[in-house]
Write a protein that binds this ligand. Structure first.
Ligand code: CO
Length: 211
């Protein structure tokens, strides 16, 4: 049995329901998108960005990768952020981690995950910088929970240091950067950190950007 048939069948039903609610549901955007938010989240299937924020098509510009990383050499992520900030002129970028993140757990273990090791190195480095705090926690679950939070804050700060964001912050009062954690067991979102154009990173991390 082809499991994808269920998805296609659901899609037909979904289209019918949306059109019954609002005949212009699909055409109202006029072939354009004008999202206010970028979502940088984990690839984890338990964190469906639109579903848990009530966002409709056209509202959320999404980038997801394992453990919601913002890595300065990641052309994929940078392209998403550049396009969203420069062209779509989004007002908010949300980096969202989640409880029980497999990427974070894997980074904390000493197991060999093959190619994935290289992606996880960023989180391993992050864990190393906060080793004392993590080791003081009572168990693995507490350490994972805390590293999920530390990771989110760190990725928000990486984002703040990209030239795309710094260039925009020097010119405009947007975008605001948010670090959130989603609780996969309870369904709730929590904001951990917010960075706004007034919070330019430490001078040593700033670029001298000429416009
Ligand atoms: Co995850």
């Amino acid at each position: 049995m082809d499991g994808t048939r269920r998805l296609l069948a659901y899609n037909q039903q979904w289209v019918a329901e949306r059109l019954a609610e609002r005949p212009d549901y699909f055409t109202r955007l006029g072939g354009q998108q004008d999202p206010q938010f970028v979502w940088i989240g984990c690839s984890d299937s338990r964190v469906p960005a639109e579903m848990l924020t009530g966002c409709q098509p056209g509202e959320l510009f999404v980038h997801r990768n394992v453990a919601n990383q913002v890595i300065h050499t990641d052309l994929n992520m940078l392209t998403v952020v550049f396009y969203a900030v420069e062209r779509l002129r989004v007002k908010h970028i949300i980096v969202c981690g989640h409880t029980g993140c497999g990427g974070v757990k894997a980074a904390m273990s000493r197991q060999d995950f093959g190619l994935i090791n290289r992606w996880l190195q960023n989180i391993k480095d992050c864990a190393e910088r906060h080793q004392a705090e993590l080791e003081a926690l009572p168990d693995e679950e507490a350490r994972t929970g805390r590293l999920v939070e530390i990771n989110v804050v760190e990725q928000v700060d990486h984002l703040a240091k990209t030239s795309v964001i710094q260039r925009c912050w020097k010119r405009e009062q947007r975008p605001w950067l948010h670090g959130w954690v989603y609780d996969t067991d309870g369904g709730t979102l929590r904001e951990l950190v917010r960075r706004t154009p007034g919070d330019l990173p430490h001078a040593a991390h700033q670029y001298d950007i000429e416009d």
